[in-house]
Each structure stands twice: as C-alpha cells, then as structure tokens.
Write a protein that binds this ligand. Structure first.
Ligand SMILES: Cc1cc2nc3c(=O)[nH]c(=O)nc-3n(C[C@H](O)[C@H](O)[C@H](O)COP(=O)(O)OP(=O)(O)OC[C@H]3O[C@@H](n4cnc5c(N)ncnc54)[C@H](O)[C@@H]3O)c2cc1C
Length: 320
C-alpha cells in the first residue's frame, strides 16, 4: 500500500482545518498533509454569496445529512447541510459574522474548559479578522478573513428595524462587540462582494509552500493506532486505499458530525456500541458521538402587498 510520511496530518480542510494547516506549515520546514474528502473549491457559485442557493442541495459540495426521525418534531427528519470541499462549511455557509455572547464563553470556562473564556478567545477573533470598518478595541483590521457591512439595504428591513425600535428593542450596530441584544444588520464574511472562506483566506496563501501537501477527494476511513497513540490515517482516494503515517500528530478537523464518526469507526467511543457494530475497541470514551446540539432554524415568510426595491445606504450611515 502507498504510504505518505509527514510530521502532521490534518483531516478535513474545512473552516478549522485550513487554519491549522496554514499555521503548522508556516515555518516552511514542518511537513503537513491536509486531507479533504470533497473536491477543490473551484465552483464559481461557492465564491458568490448568492450562490448559497446553488450549494445548499448540491451533493458534490454538500454532505446533505439528515437526522433520524426526531420524536420532538413529530417524527420529522431534519435536513443538516455540511460543506464538502476546500473551506468545508465556510464555503457554503450563510456568511453571517456572529461571535456569540461573551457570557457563554465564560460559562464554558467555568464548567471546566480552560482557555475558552471571552478574554481568551477575543484576541483570536481579532487576529483572524480584517474588518472593513477598520481596527478597534474589539475588532481586527489586518487579519486574513474579510468581513464587511451589507451594502444594499431594503426599505422593508429598515421598517422592521424601526418597528422593533419603537417597541423598545435597541438598535445594535455591532453584534460582535460584547452585546448581542438589539436589532440591526449583521456583517458578512465577504471581500468586495466575494465570499471570504477559510480556503481563500488561509489555504490559498499557503498552497505554494513545498512542505504542505493538500489531497482532495481523499476520504479518511480509519485512524491508525499503535496502542493508544494515533500514528496515522487510512484513506481512500478515487477508489485507491492509501495511508498517511505521522512523526508527530494527527489532527481531526472533519467537523462536529464527522470527527466523532471517524473516531468511532476507529474504535474510540462507547465500548458497548462499538462492539455491537463489530468495531474493535481501542479506547472506551463514552462522550464521543454524544450530546451534539445545533440550532434549529425556521423561517417566517410574509406576503408583501407593496414590493419595493433594495436601496443603497452609505457606509457612513452604518458605521458604529
Ligand atoms: C448551510 C450552512 C450555513 C451556515 N451559516 C453560518 C453563518 O451564517 N455564520 C456562521 O458563523 N456559521 C454558519 N454555519 C456554521 C459554520 O459554517 C460551521 O460551524 C463551521 O464551518 C464548522 O467548521 P469545521 O471546521 O468544524 O467543519 P467544516 O467546515 O464543516 O469542515 C469539515 C471538513 O472535513 C471534511 N471531511 C469530513 N469527513 C472527512 C473525512 N472522513 N476525510 C476527509 N475529510 C473529511 C468535510 O468535507 C469538510 O470539508 C453554517 C453552516 C452551514 C452548513
């Protein structure tokens, strides 16, 4: 079998995998292999924000998962899109830049997750960010990921915002400033109208490095262990089974669904369940594959008697 040797192997070239591969290979000496199950991101609609509609149900670039029937949803299966290309879900997502509420990060730290408090993560948000509003105390102005204000605003949206204001909901001009409460426009991960995925922001600038090897159409099927130490991965590329062996570390960044799945397929998870499926147990780790939570999204649609055109609002009017 064909075996590739490297220092670090990164499985999954999604939002996180592209960042990790870039950083690990930055010194020009450390050898890094990045495996991506999907194809390259050279489909034009990935890069145009409105192309969201073209990738949302496209099995080439989207895993198109669905849940089992949900008892709490009258047995409905819920559609669960996930990106399957360089950039992963950052190549097909809604581009909305929302960091979250600081107290949530502080709660995670308080519950035993050191390094995840708001003050710990804020410098990283600022480091990755190139905000069209420029640098400030809470925003970065020179990072690789671009974020911009929405240029075209619709008078109906302005009416909704004013309506909310008249009911006492404050206008919020920056949802990423430590206070999410309020109503307003969010910022988007775009640069002059083009999607700023992590493949564009982090991987593209690193592709010319000779110490970084990116393999697409390469699906990791099993983590290889020596005892309890991960020493590589078996993968399939265009029908051929191959291996990557590491001198240092295997990093799983295949997303919230597929990283635990790959661990379970490799014998790391709930021992009883793995044994029932005929998977030899490497390590009994009952938390793997459990407690997944996601936000359920539903949309409200209204018929409008008075359709109107988008209007352009100057950047000055949106600025904080
Ligand atoms: C439709 C949609 C809309 C969203 N909208 C927003 C939004 O507006 N704002 C926001 O902040 N977030 C949004 N999100 C969420 C956000 O995009 C994700 O949380 C984020 O991209 C997850 O990053 P990740 O690195 O964990 O996984 P991903 O980016 O999903 O990357 C995982 C990668 O691993 C690859 N992979 C999986 N299994 C294997 C394997 N066995 N071998 C090799 N490769 C593998 C996948 O193909 C994929 O490329 C959205 C997500 C989706 C799907």
């Amino acid at each position: 079998m064909d075996i590739i040797e490297t220092d670090y192997l990164v499985v999954g070239a999604g939002s996180s995998g592209c960042v990790v591969a870039n950083r690990l290979s930055e010194d020009g000496r450390t050898n890094v292999v990045l495996l991506e199950a999907g194809p390259p991101d050279n489909y034009l609609w990935i890069h145009i924000p409105i192309g969201y509609a073209k990738t949302m149900f496209n099995p080439v670039y989207n895993w198109m998962f669905e849940t089992d029937p949900e008892p709490e949803m009258k047995g409905r299966k819920v559609y669960w899109p996930r990106g399957k290309t360089l950039g992963g879900s950052s190549s097909i997502n809604g581009l909305v830049y929302v960091r979250g509420q600081p107290q949530d990060y502080d709660d995670w730290q308080a519950q035993g997750c050191p390094g995840w408090s708001w003050s710990d993560v804020l410098p990283y948000f600022m480091k990755f960010e190139n905000n069209s509003r420029g640098a400030s105390e809470t925003h970065g102005g020179s990072g690789p990921v671009h974020c911009s204000d929405i240029a075209n605003k619709h008078e109906l949206m302005e009416a909704i915002i004013s309506g909310a204001n008249s009911l006492g909901v404050p206008r919020n001009v920056d949802f990423n400033n430590g206070q999410q409460e309020g109503v307003g426009y969010y910022q988007l991960f775009t640069k002059r109208g083009w999607r700023s995925s992590t493949a564009v922001a982090y991987l593209k600038p690193a592709r010319s490095r000779t110490n970084l090897q990116v393999l697409t159409h390469a699906m990791a099927t099993r983590v290889l262990f020596e005892g309890k130490k991960a020493v590589g991965v078996e993968f399939e590329q265009k029908g051929v089974r191959r291996q990557v062996r590491v001198r240092k570390e295997v990093i799983l960044s295949a997303g919230a669904i597929q990283s635990p799945q790959l661990l379970e397929c490799s014998g790391v998870g709930q021992a009883d369940r793995l044994q029932a499926l005929g998977i030899p147990v490497v390590h009994h780790l009952p938390g793997v594959g459990e407690n997944l939570q996601d936000h359920l999204q539903f949309r409200l649609l209204f018929r409008c008697k008075n359709p109107s055109q988008p209007m352009t609002i100057s950047a000055a009017r949106c600025a904080p």
